[in-house]
Design a protein around this ligand. Structure first.
Ligand SMILES: NC(=O)c1ccc[n+]([C@@H]2O[C@H](COP(=O)([O-])OP(=O)(O)OC[C@H]3O[C@@H](n4cnc5c(N)ncnc54)[C@H](OP(=O)(O)O)[C@@H]3O)[C@@H](O)[C@H]2O)c1
Length: 248
C-alpha cells in the first residue's frame, strides 16, 4: 500500500533524495516517502517518461516531488547530484548495476563499474551529507545490498557486484557507530530476487526458478519494509534480508 488517509505523514518537513528513484524498487520507495510527507527529489538515469510519471504519481496523491536525470556513473555525478539537492535529510541509494559473469570473465572495466557504482557512489554521497545530518541531529540513509549479501559468502557468477554490495554493510555500521548518537541511522536492505519493470524474460525465468515457492518478490513488498526501517531510528547499522529465506 502506498498511501491511505490514516497514514501518518511522519516525514513532513524532510527533504528526501532517491538515487534511482524513477523505476523498480527505488520508485516504490520514492512513492512511499512522498505519501509520508517528505519533499522527494528523484534522480533517474535516462528515461524522461519514467521520471515524469513518478513525479506525477506523487503529486497526484498530494505529495511534493521533483526530479532530474543524470548518469550517476560519471565521476562528476555525485557532486552534480548534491549541487541540485544539497543537504538531504533522507538519502536512499537505490540504483545498483548488476552483471552476471564468472570471476575469470570479469574485465577491469566491469570491476570498476560495479564497485564504483554499488559501493563508492553511495559512500561518496554519504560522506558528503553526513556532516549536515549530524549537525541537524537527524538523518536517515537507506542502502540496497544484493540478494544474499547480508553476510560474507562466495558467489559463482556475481563476485564483483556481490562483493561491493556486501561491503555496504561496513558502510552502514560505520555510519551507525559514528553518527548514530547524533540521530542518524543507516541500514542496508538485501532484496531477494525481485521482478521489476526492468526484468526481462530470461531474468524473470531465473527469478521464478530460484525463488522459494517459485514466487519472486515485487518492488512494493521490498519498499513497504524498507520504508518501515527508515521510520524507525532505533534500527541502525542493520543488514536486513527481505528474501523469503532464499539461498542462492
Ligand atoms: N531487482 C532485484 O532482483 C534485486 C535483487 C537484489 C538487490 N537489488 C538491488 O536493489 C536496488 C534496486 O534495484 P532495481 O532492480 O529496482 O533497479 P536498478 O536497475 O538498480 O535501478 C533502477 C533505477 O536506476 C536508474 N538508473 C539506471 N541507470 C542509471 C545510471 N547510469 N545513473 C543513474 N541512475 C540510473 C533508473 O533510471 P531509468 O529508468 O531512467 O534508467 C531507475 O531509476 C539495486 O541496488 C539492486 O542492486 C535488486
Amino acid at each position: 500500500m502506498v498511501y491511505n488517509r490514516s497514514m501518518e505523514r511522519i516525514f513532513s518537513g524532510k527533504k528526501a533524495l532517491v538515487i534511482g528513484g524513477t523505476g523498480g524498487i527505488g520508485k516504490a520507495v520514492a512513492l512511499r516517502l512522498g505519501a509520508r510527507g517528505a519533499r522527494v527529489f528523484i534522480q533517474g538515469g535516462s528515461s524522461p517518461e519514467r521520471l515524469e510519471g513518478t513525479v506525477k504519481v506523487i503529486r497526484d496523491a498530494g505529495g511534493e516531488a521533483e526530479g532530474f536525470l543524470c548518469d550517476a556513473a560519471l565521476p562528476e555525478s555525485a557532486a552534480d547530484i548534491l549541487g541540485r539537492v544539497p543537504s538531504p535529510d533522507i538519502l536512499v541509494c537505490a540504483w545498483g548495476p548488476y552483471k552476471r559473469a564468472a570471476l575469470d570473465e570479469l574485465s577491469a572495466r566491469d570491476w570498476l563499474f560495479l564497485t564504483v557504482n554499488n559501493l563508492a557512489l553511495p559512500g561518496i554521497l554519504i560522506s558528503s551529507v553526513l556532516g549536515d545530518m549530524i549537525r541537524k541531529k537527524w538523518g536517515r540513509i537507506l542502502l540496497f545490498g544484493g540478494t544474499n549479501t547480508d553476510t560474507i559468502r562466495g558467489f559463482s557468477t556475481t563476485a564483483a557486484y556481490s562483493a561491493a554490495k556486501t561491503a555496504l554493510g561496513v558502510v552502514a555500521k560505520s555510519v551507525a557507530l559514528t553518527a548514530g548518537p547524533h540521530g542518524v541511522s543507516c541500514n542496508v536492505v538485501c532484496p531477494g530476487l525481485t521482478d521489476t519493470e526492468y526484468t526481462g524474460e530470461d531474468a524473470g525465468n531465473y527469478n521464478r526458478e530460484r525463488s522459494p515457492g517459485g514466487i519472486p518478490l515485487n518492488s512494493s513488498e521490498i519498499a513497504d519494509l524498507a520504508v518501515q526501517i527508515l521510520e524507525h531510528s532505533p534500527v541502525n547499522g542493520a543488514i536486513i534480508p527481505i528474501d523469503r529465506g532464499l539461498k542462492l
